[in-house]
Design a protein around this ligand. Sequence first.
Ligand SMILES: NC(=O)c1ccc[n+]([C@@H]2O[C@H](COP(=O)([O-])OP(=O)(O)OC[C@H]3O[C@@H](n4cnc5c(N)ncnc54)[C@H](O)[C@@H]3O)[C@@H](O)[C@H]2O)c1
Length: 317
Amino acid sequence: MKNILIIGSTGQIGSELTMLLRKNYTGNVVAGYIPGAEPKGELKESGPSAIVDITNSQQIADAVTKYQVDTIYNLAALLSAVAENKPQLAWKIGLGGLFNTLEVAREKNCAVFTPSSIGSFGPGTPKDKTPQDTIQRPKTMYGVTKVSGELLSDYYFTRFGVDTRSVRFPGLISYVTPPGGGTTDYAVDIYYSAAKGEKFVCPIAAGTYMDMMYMPDALRAAIEIMEADPARLVHRNSFNIASMSFEPETIYQNIRKYVPGFEMEYQVDPLRQAIADSWPNSLDDTCAREEWDWKPEYDLEAMTKDMLAKLKQRFAH
Ligand SMILES: NC(=O)c1ccc[n+]([C@@H]2O[C@H](COP(=O)([O-])OP(=O)(O)OC[C@H]3O[C@@H](n4cnc5c(N)ncnc54)[C@H](O)[C@@H]3O)[C@@H](O)[C@H]2O)c1
């Protein structure tokens, strides 16, 4: 039995991951949130919740003690485009918050999952089939917090034996909760426009490849890495995972197969474009496949079918 605390449970990933963890585990699965981002509906009704601001160690420790937590999913962060506008706060939440979490985990013997990102790479990184272990010199505050977080998490494992594990998420696509201000958000927004019958204005230039993943695969990765046999793990913080890489024209043409009249024009956002240009085109996830049997289930085709069906259903009501 696991007792789990999710910090940042009401965001794009947390709102779905918390529900899936409650389905998979019988113990306490506690939805941590900050005032102003309270859990609602099924997320609120289906299990315990607690105010846990990651910048406040005491709140983390109190929730861990009260619910006898043994595993923490740390999802608190400012996403890439937001972090670039508020770099000081992004560091405070991303790194200060992670330090607080790891200290509580060290004292109270918890395992910790903290996602990294394709944003942990930079312009000096090999762009295609980016290897697991390679140059990580990002130019954004988001990337700086992610690389630093990988290092700090590995440090707590080797120095204190804290069971830290992580994956580098690509851009995540879902029909449930809208994304929180990342560089890959366009790949979610485009489906909403198509399902509503609206023209899509794309903020990322044609030809810009980035790794993406459908949310069900990402949630499974987050759970499977924490269930993996530790004896097989050569790496910990953090594993490349991948399922698809595309550029705006590819996803646009894919959607047009199902929505023939769908239109798109480009109005490139310089901030998001600069970030996208500094990120890899596609990651090599061989180590995750070898060390914990990672395997994605959705490709672009399967994702497009499911996204459009689910969104059309929603907008029909
Ligand atoms: N969504 C993606 O495409 C993606 C891709 C790569 C990595 N990630 C990583 O996954 C994690 C979760 O991302 P997400 O997309 O769910 O982000 P999100 O922005 O949707 O959610 C972040 C959550 O953190 C909470 N939060 C903000 N400040 C906090 C604080 N001080 N204390 C506690 N909680 C706080 C917010 O209320 C929100 O619930 C982040 O580490 C992010 O960098 C996400």
